[in-house]
Design a protein around this ligand. Structure first.
Ligand code: SF4
Length: 379
């Protein structure tokens, strides 16, 4: 297939595909799926070998958010019966993080609901970062606290945060459809503040919210332009009690095509399989390891993931290996400021979203263990 040969060549050269090529990946048929996975897998192996980086989420503050992001179970007005609690104490957060590290996680992601942190919240999180770093040698810490105000990125960096996550989520054109309390440019600005403060930027998307293929390509191209070091790809978990509860738009095959498209557009970036993998990829999860080089271990913020031990077994069975703390995740050239990304191509083409998939509420389980509970975590 000429398309796939072209995309592999470009991926190996870190050259940006055209929008038409990215759209064409999303439009491939199920008959072509294994060829698409094999092609994107070549690009993945060129830059990351067979390594899989494990990341572990600690939800520092759950629910009760004043923002209205419609995909989120923690949003204003959410009726989802999730755990709700305020800031975990630094020691408790550190204990939760240690469980993830013991399970093989190399990065701990400290997440808090809310529009953005107050300066007092930044103090709190700084203490938590110190506690985690003292107790877990070599661990990377990423903070995800919402929109940042002036000076907060510098303070988090000074406190030892290695990375900051803030997702773009969807295309600029459709951002107003999923959230009215902040906009796309607020999100871009926070990612840029994190980069300016010297933190590794992590920014990704959520697929399956009813967006078109053109929207998906738009957000991935916007991410490529922002140039984060890691791109988490979430698949919408349609929580009952949220406005998007009926958006069951993904098949395992479509989820794989989306991951392949992200890999072709962001060939040398840590592409992370994030929330919703169990719900939407289901038994095809191991194929996704040929596309991504990073996953979350265990549970998510407000929903449960597959058992950490099953994640490790899946990685081993598929012939991949967990990345150790002695290995640098990103290829060497990504730390070389003189290397510039390939130029932006022109043109666009709208392709309609596929028909809805069957509703599978049985696959969504609200988190009832780990951080904020008396029960042991899943790691
Ligand atoms: S700001 Fe964050 S926690 Fe709040 S509704 Fe949006 S995604 Fe959810």
């Amino acid at each position: 297939m000429d398309l796939l040969n072209t995309l592999v060549d470009k991926g190996l050269r870190r050259e940006l595909p055209t929008r038409e090529e990215a759209l064409a990946v999303l439009a491939t048929s199920d008959d072509e799926l294994l060829d698409v996975v094999a092609a994107a897998g070549k690009v993945r192996r060129q830059w990351f070998g067979r390594r899989v980086k494990l990341n572990y989420l600690v939800n520092l503050k759950s629910g009760l958010c004043p923002e209205d992001c419609s995909y989120c179970s923690q949003r204003l007005g959410s009726k989802a019966e999730i755990l709700k609690y305020t800031w975990l104490k630094p020691d408790d957060a550190s204990k939760a993080a240690a469980a993830g590290v013991a399970g093989g996680a190399k990065r701990v992601c400290l997440v808090a609901s809310g529009r953005g942190p107050t300066d007092k919240d930044v103090d709190r999180v700084s203490e938590t970062i110190s506690a985690i770093k003292e107790q877990n040698e070599g661990v990377e810490v990423c903070a995800c606290l919402g929109l940042l105000s002036d000076g907060q990125a510098d303070r988090l960096r000074a406190a030892g945060a290695d990375a900051y996550n803030h997702n773009l989520n969807t295309s600029e054109a459709t951002y107003g459809d999923i959230c009215t309390t902040h906009d796309f440019s607020d999100r871009v600005s926070t990612v840029q503040q994190a980069q300016a403060a010297g933190m590794s930027a992590c920014s990704g998307l959520i697929a399956g919210m009813g967006e078109s293929d053109a929207d998906l390509v738009d957000v991935v191209f916007a991410l490529r332009e922002l140039d984060p070091d890691s791109v988490p790809v979430n698949f919408l978990i349609p929580f009952e009690g949220t406005p998007l509860a009926k958006e069951w738009n993904l098949t395992p095959q479509r989820a794989l095509r989306i991951l392949a498209m992200v890999r072709f557009v962001c060939p040398d970036v840590e592409v992370r399989l994030a929330g919703g993998r169990e719900v939407h990829l289901r038994s095809l999860q191991p194929l996704a390891l040929h596309l991504v080089n990073s996953i979350f271990l265990g549970d998510y913020l407000t929903s449960e993931g597959q058992a950490g031990k099953e994640d490790l077994a899946m990685i081993a069975d598929a012939g991949f290996e967990v990345e150790g703390t002695d290995t640098t995740t990103l290829p060497e050239h990504r730390t070389d400021a003189s290397v510039q990304p390939a130029p932006e191509p022109a043109a666009d083409a709208a392709v309609p979203a596929p028909p809805s998939e069957e509703t599978r509420r049985d696959l969504v389980s609200v988190r009832r263990r780990g951080a904020g509970t008396e029960l042991p975590p899943n790691a």
